[in-house]
Design a protein around this ligand. Structure first.
Ligand code: RUQ
Ligand code: CUA
Length: 875
């Protein structure tokens, strides 16, 4: 059971690493930190293996079930940094999910028998596949408690569809895509009557049923097609996990089960409890079914029964068509996992210490030659266990789930009771290594570890308990995902990640580069449908309409429609007055194209919230049933003037008379004062525009259009800049009319737009400099870092005189410039009397301090300065 730390190689490596970093940092800094924090060399290596410097990206992206939170959790590997919670079965205000009209429609697709359900017990996420490999387009996840499947679009990481299972009362064994995403397999769990009527438990064997629902999936539009989906009826064994065949076993599905005893407890009537009765038999049944054939059968009316509007293929039909078989499997098993080539099917015993490896070619032969050992009480042929087995291996206590690696025959299995991951070979049936985890691992997640093309490198242990791993935050502990390095001969546990959302059952990981999410929507998109929103509103189209019950514009109508736009930093309109009792619909379009410029929206006290991503149109709806004044505002800190991004909803009672309270008169400026302020404002705008024009000239001179990322930033900047002429016109008109006050305000608006333009424009310039500059040598790169972190940048700004001189051309200022500068960096004090240095000290009233750079760092800085000189025209 115990192992580890035969890691001579990593120790040696560790020492080298420490030595290198220590010398680079100049005073054994790393050693100091290690000592202060009590870290070993191995800890430091593990940290280095998982650390992402700022801006660094992960190699893999994990989609984890969010368990009872009803969400999906997205995080990166190896950093284990959480990137997103995707709202699925549960309202989630940040994303507006369930608080705006369109997302609420998705959530309500999950109603069961008319009942609203606002949570889910998510278990098994599944990524869509092409040829048995992940294609990075769609994610499906099941809800065990309220049998449903949701589809998430990986182009925007939003839930687009929820379908509820019309015959199951719970469903655990899904979601599993078939190898070309034709179908999603979803097995029941607790057997129950398929219809919605009462059936006494004494009729369990007659009226209760299990099964597998085979959902038709259209992978072009990313939707389950309910009318082409069907369920294969199965005996009331508790069907558990499933997997889809692939490669040689493509076209088949595998689902295991427990409680083939068909025991129904009843502690209260003196019966032994379920747990005893349901685990009595030494074997249960692996269900083997031909989904390809069943799908064809389901197309013919005479092969199906319609229950609750859903197609069900009865057991007899499946059996008659040689599409359903059973194979004994050891004692209340849990996971069933098909190997990358589809030939081996590994079933874990849970209450058995063994894993059983079945061989598809053997099963196929038995089916072909109709060699059955008998039939179960429902007439399903049973195949002989021994003749279908490749072999069995004793792994340890409580084997649950499996994952594969690219190494031929290599498989990783979780041991729930032993709290271990075991690496073994399903072909040679040899155990290779064991790694302890804390504690009680359920699923484990390999990198694309259940596909036809596993990527290896890491395994994540999804532990059921955290116990003592983290700071106690109360009796409800966080979950614990542990990252294990599997690239070596033996496994190595790298890091723990507490997950503050429970209980993540299963996770799937995909190579990050396979994901291609959008940055913005096409202007006016309803993100839930992907189509243009009926409420799409462009700048200048903002309006408030009052309509009657027939939808006709009518000043007496009670339905108020607000077509609004959002752009930094204002909402248009800013005043909305309605009558108490009006039905208020607000369409909101985020006019931004800039990356990450999301605006949020709420009206205080009305329990509505929307998240508006760039280009998105969303809709909220409420009855203005209380009188009063309600601020509404943007809920995302979107710019320096975010707090000002607000307005007022005023709800008045049409039956009341309101007396005006307008009394206070403020003193005003005289004409000269106003004129002076106006001129000052215009002058500031002119100066700001000059800066913008210089940036524009630079961008043009350096052909920004050749670089996609820079071009996108420039487009963003000009979104803002393009709004200036309209404001300028308003300012000039107001000035002409003598309303200087208003003219000043419009000029101020112009300045706001300029600042936003400049903000993005400078970002574009910096990005362009990086792209067009000559390539930095490794040493120059290190030099730039040292320059930034070692304190130089505190006084020197490249391209500018700051609190110290501009260093562009510094190497040319002196004879033997490189030597001179390096001497000055190393020992500035010795040169304070040098006439040049002296003049600088006088000018800046500052002495260059000794920053205690070592020789290497100084050399790197010189290289960096050389790179600056090479690119002097850019700064
Ligand atoms: S199951 S811990 Cu809900 Cu996937 Cu095995
Ligand atoms: Cu928009 Cu804050």
């Amino acid at each position: 059971m115990t192992k580890h730390f035969n890691k001579l190689t990593s120790l040696v490596l560790g020492t080298t690493l420490v030595a290198t970093v220590a010398s680079a940092a100049g005073g054994g800094e790393l050693e100091k930190v290690m000592k202060a924090r009590g870290l070993t060399e191995n800890d430091v290596i593990r940290a280095a293996k998982t650390y992402n410097p700022t801006g660094g990206r992960d190699e893999f992206i994990v989609f984890s079930s969010g368990g009872q939170s009803g969400q999906v959790i997205v995080y990166g590997v190896p950093s284990m940094r959480i990137l997103k919670y995707i709202a699925v079965f549960t309202p989630e205000p940040w994303q507006g999910y369930g608080y705006d009209v369109d997302s609420l429609k998705i959530l309500r697709q999950g109603n069961i028998r008319g009942r609203e359900i606002n949570w889910g017990d998510t278990h098994h996420p599944a990524l869509s596949e092409k040829d048995g490999k992940y294609d990075g387009r769609w994610l499906a996840i099941n809800d065990k408690a309220n049998p449903r499947i949701a589809i998430i679009d990986l182009h925007d990481f939003e839930t687009k569809q929820i379908v509820s299972n019309k015959v199951f009362k719970s469903a655990h064994g899904g979601a599993f895509f078939t190898p070309n995403s034709e179908y999603i397999l979803d097995a029941a769990q607790y057997a129950a009557p398929f219809d919605n009527n009462y059936h006494p438990i004494e009729e369990y064997k007659e009226s209760y049923r299990g099964g597998v629902t085979i959902w038709k999936f259209d992978d072009k539009i990313g939707k389950i097609i309910e009318k082409d989906s069907f369920t294969v009826e199965m005996p009331p064994y508790m069907q558990d996990l499933s997997d889809s065949g692939k490669g040689v076993s493509n076209g088949w599905g595998f689902t295991n089960s427990f409680n083939t005893e068909m025991y129904t407890g009843g502690i209260e009537v003196g019966m032994p409890p379920n747990e005893a009765g349901m685990s009595r038999n030494d074997t249960d049944f692996l269900h083997v079914y031909n989904w390809e054939k069943l799908a064809k059968l389901a197309k013919d009316k005479k092969n199906v029964k319609i229950i609750n509007g859903h197609k069900v293929i009865p057991i007899e039909v499946a059996v008659k068509n040689d599409a359903l078989f059973l194979i004994p499997e050891p004692k209340s098993p849990h996971g069933v996992d098909v190997s990358p080539d589809g030939e081996y099917i590994t079933v874990c015993g849970k209450l058995d210490t063994h894993a059983s490896v079945y061989k598809w070619s053997k099963i196929k032969e038995l089916i072909k030659s109709k060699k059955y050992t008998g039939k179960d009480p429902y007439g399903i042929p049973i195949l002989d266990m021994k003749s279908s087995l490749h072999g069995q291996v004793e792994l340890g206590l409580g084997p649950l789930h499996n994952q594969y690696s690219p190494v031929d025959g290599e498989i990783y299995t979780s041991l729930y009771v032993d709290s271990q991951v075991v690496k073994w070979n399903y072909k040679t049936l040899k155990v290779l290594d064991k790694e302890n985890v804390h504690y009680n691992i359920g699923h484990l997640c390999g990198m694309e570890g259940k596909t036809a093309d596993p990527q290896g490198k890491y395994i994540i242990a999804l532990n059921k308990l955290a116990i003592d791993r983290f700071q106690n935050v109360g009796p409800l502990h966080p979950q614990n995902h542990q990252l294990i390095d599997i690239s070596g001969k033996t496994m190595d546990l790298l890091v723990d990640m507490p997950l503050p959302l429970g209980e993540p059952h299963q996770a799937v990981a995909i190579r990050a580069e396979k994901l291609h999410p959008h940055v913005r929507y096409k202007m006016g998109t309803n993100s839930k449908t992907g189509k243009e929103h009926v409420g799409k509103t462009l700048a200048g189209q903002e309006r408030i309409e009052r309509r009657n019950a027939k939808g006709k514009i009518d000043p007496k109508g009670k339905n108020v429609f607000i077509y609004s736009t959002f752009v930094r930093s204002h909402i248009n309109p800013e005043r909305i007055t309605v009558n108490k009792g009006d039905n208020v619909t607000m369409y909101m379009t985020n006019l931004e194209r800039a990356q990450d410029e999301t605006h949020g929206f709420t009206v205080d006290n009305f329990n509505v919230h929307a998240s508006l991503e760039p280009g998105e149109t969303a809709e909220i709806n409420f009855i203005a049933d209380i009188e009063g004044v309600f601020p509404y505002y943007c809920t995302e800190f979107c710019s320096a003037l975010h707090l000002e991004m607000m307005g007022y909803l005023m709800v008045k009672d049409p039956n009341k008379k309101y007396v005006s309270a307008q009394k206070i008169k403020m003193g005003t400026m005289n004409k000269e004062q106003l004129d002076a302020e106006y001129k000052k404002t215009v002058a500031v705008n002119d100066a700001t525009d000059a800066v913008i024009q210089s940036v524009v000239a630079f961008l043009k001179a350096n052909k920004f259009g050749d670089h996609k990322t820079v071009a996108a930033l420039v487009t963003d900047a000009f979104d803002q800049y393009g709004q200036i002429p309209a404001q300028k016109k308003l300012a000039d008109e107001a000035y002409k009319k003598g309303d200087i006050e208003k003219a000043i305000l419009f000029e101020n608006m112009i300045w706001q737009l300029m600042v936003k333009t400049a903000d993005v424009g400078i970002r574009a310039k910096d990005a362009l400099v990086r792209l067009v500059a000559t390539k930095q040598s490794a040493s120059a790169q290190a030099g730039e870092r040292t320059f930034g972190e070692g304190g130089c940048s505190g006084c020197h700004v490249i391209g500018k005189v700051s609190s110290g001189p501009d260093l562009t051309g510094a190497l040319q200022r002196h004879e033997n410039g490189e030597k001179w500068v390096s001497k000055f960096i190393l020992n500035p004090e010795e040169m304070y009397d040098d006439p040049y240095v002296k003049s600088m000290i006088d000018y800046f009233n500052l002495k260059m301090p000794n920053q205690h750079m070592n020789e290497q760092e100084t050399k790197d800085i010189i290289e960096y300065l050389k790179w600056i000189d090479e690119n002097a025209n850019l700064f």
